[in-house]
Every structure is written in structure tokens, then in C-alpha cells.
Design a protein around this ligand. Structure first.
Ligand SMILES: C[C@@H](N)C(=O)N[C@H](C)C(=O)O
Ligand SMILES: [Zn+2]
Length: 274
């Protein structure tokens, strides 16, 4: 594998041929390959479902996010194998993991920060953050300016039905097929009113920036709480830690790149022009 552009915690400014300080290494190109050790999740475990929202317009930006060329899940090998362990445990219980996001390029994180700082764009407020001031999304921990996702060992994940006899392959579910487009019911509305998602009802939709998305929020009880806690149990026993503000966000405890923020694009293996 070729070396890919990465941001390290203490980046040194690079020098151009003319000796002028350039921006810290970051801007990957469509052809840039992931660094050694990164894998496509579908190649490690094809039974885990993919629903990579940032490669589509179905997300809180309301458009495809920079850096997502394909709807793929790229991860460090360590994180992918840990996820596969969680998947094995869940499949014996008639369930399956579905990932919404995996490795996230730094340029995508930067696009989130720029969006959060722009008070003129409130197109998705009604659905994704009806009760939180947009300027509070970063301070309240719903969106990070330096995200664990860019280190390659963090995932946004949910549960869908699917035991060991379920032969669907990764990506075989077509969650967008039932998406009417432009639904604006709040992400914490009853599941029958929310934008459709084939995952178990977790009490809110994915990327619902609201306190009801906090994993242990006391107002979320019954089957919804049980589903969140089952997901957490599966992920913790496989080595992941949950972010308390978001029932879907998990980072590998022993991650291989704890201080490196990568910026290569998300592309399907084989589609890169190396
Ligand atoms: C934006 C959301 N999916 C998420 O991942 N939030 C955490 C805090 C992050 O940006 O790392
Ligand atoms: Zn996340």
C-alpha cells in the first residue's frame, strides 16, 4: 500500500519547492489509497450491513459529504475484526449489525465544523436538531472537530434483524428504497413518523442531536432501552467504548492510531486509480 495523507496531532508545516510553508498535509485525491492496515469491512465480514449515509444526501448536511466517494466502510483491521466478533455474537441472537459510518476523512469533519458554524443553513434542523441551537452542536459533544472516526477505529452502528441463516450480504439492504426524501418529522418522534430505517427502534433516529439520543436517557425505556443496551453489550464485549451522548457511536478501546487523523477519501477497493 502507498502512504496516504494523514494529519498527526502535532503536524509540521510542509515546504513547497519554492520554500513557502504549505497547509499541513491533508488533501487526498480520489486516487489516494488507504494506508497499510486499513481494510474494507465487507472483505472482513460480508454479513454486516452497510448504510453509509454521508455518501448520500440523507444526512444532517442534506448533501453528500466531502471525502465520501463511495458508500463504503473502511476501518483499521483491528476495528473490523472486533466488529466481526460483535457480529458473530449478535447473529446467534437473531440480529445483525448495520453501520452508518466508519473511517471519516478529516475533510468531512472539517465540512461538519463549517456547517455547524454557518447560522444561515438550517435546512435540516426540523429533523436532526429541533431542540438544540446549531451553535451548541460542537460544544455539547454531538459533532467533534477532531473525530475518532478519522483515526479509523470508530463506528456509528445499529442493530437490524438477521440471524445466522440470513444470507443477505453487506449492502444488500436498500434502506433508501423506502425513503420518501425530505421527511421532516423530528428524529425523536415515534418510529412510525420518523424517516424510515430498517434498524431496531432505538428511541431516536441516527444522528439525532438531542438528549433523547443519550444512551442511558431515563425517558427511553422498554424495548428501546433494551435494544440500546444490547448493542452496547455486544460492542463492549468486542472491545469498543460507547460515547454517552450518542447510542450509535463506538470507538475501539485499543486503537492502533490513537493520535493520527487521516484524510484519504472513502472509496471502494478496486475503484481507485493507483
Ligand atoms: C456526527 C456523529 N455521527 C458523530 O460521529 N459524532 C461524534 C461526536 C464525532 O463527530 O466524532
Ligand atoms: Zn460517530
Amino acid at each position: 500500500c502507498t502512504a496516504a495523507p494523514a494529519l498527526v496531532d502535532t503536524p509540521q508545516p510542509s515546504r513547497t519547492a519554492a520554500g513557502v510553508a504549505a497547509a499541513p498535509a491533508a488533501a487526498g485525491t480520489r486516487g489516494a489509497a488507504p494506508p497499510a492496515g486499513f481494510v474494507a469491512l465487507r472483505e472482513v465480514d460480508p454479513t454486516i450491513r452497510l448504510d453509509v449515509r454521508y455518501a448520500t444526501a440523507r444526512n444532517f448536511l442534506g448533501r453528500r459529504v466531502p471525502g465520501y466517494v463511495d458508500a463504503e466502510c473502511l476501518l483499521t483491521g483491528e476495528a473490523a475484526r472486533a466488529l466481526s466478533r460483535a457480529q458473530r455474537w449478535l447473529r446467534h441472537r437473531g440480529l445483525s449489525l448495520k453501520v452508518y459510518d466508519c473511517y471519516r476523512p478529516q475533510r468531512a469533519v472539517d465540512a461538519f465544523s463549517a456547517w455547524a458554524a454557518d447560522p444561515t443553513d438550517e435546512r435540516t434542523k426540523e429533523e436532526y436538531y429541533p431542540r438544540v441551537d446549531k451553535a451548541r452542536l460542537i460544544p455539547e459533544g454531538y459533532i467533534a472537530e477532531r473525530s475518532g472516526h478519522s483515526r479509523g477505529s470508530t463506528v456509528d452502528v445499529s442493530l437490524v434483524p438477521g440471524g445466522p441463516d440470513d444470507r443477505r450480504e453487506a449492502g444488500a439492504g436498500r434502506p433508501d428504497a423506502r425513503w420518501p426524501g425530505g421527511g421532516t418529522a423530528p428524529c425523536f418522534a415515534h418510529v412510525s413518523r420518523r424517516a424510515p430505517d430498517d434498524s431496531l427502534d432505538m428511541g431516536t433516529g441516527y444522528d439525532c442531536f438531542d438528549e433523547l439520543a443519550h444512551t442511558e436517557h431515563p425517558a427511553v425505556g422498554g424495548a428501546r432501552r433494551a435494544a440500546r443496551l444490547l448493542l452496547r453489550r455486544a460492542m463492549e464485549r468486542a472491545g469498543f467504548v460507547n460515547l454517552p451522548q450518542e447510542w450509535w457511536h463506538y470507538s475501539l478501546r485499543e486503537e492502533p492510531h490513537p493520535a493520527t487523523y487521516f484524510d484519504f477519501p472513502v472509496t471502494r477497493p478496486g475503484s481507485r486509480s493507483e
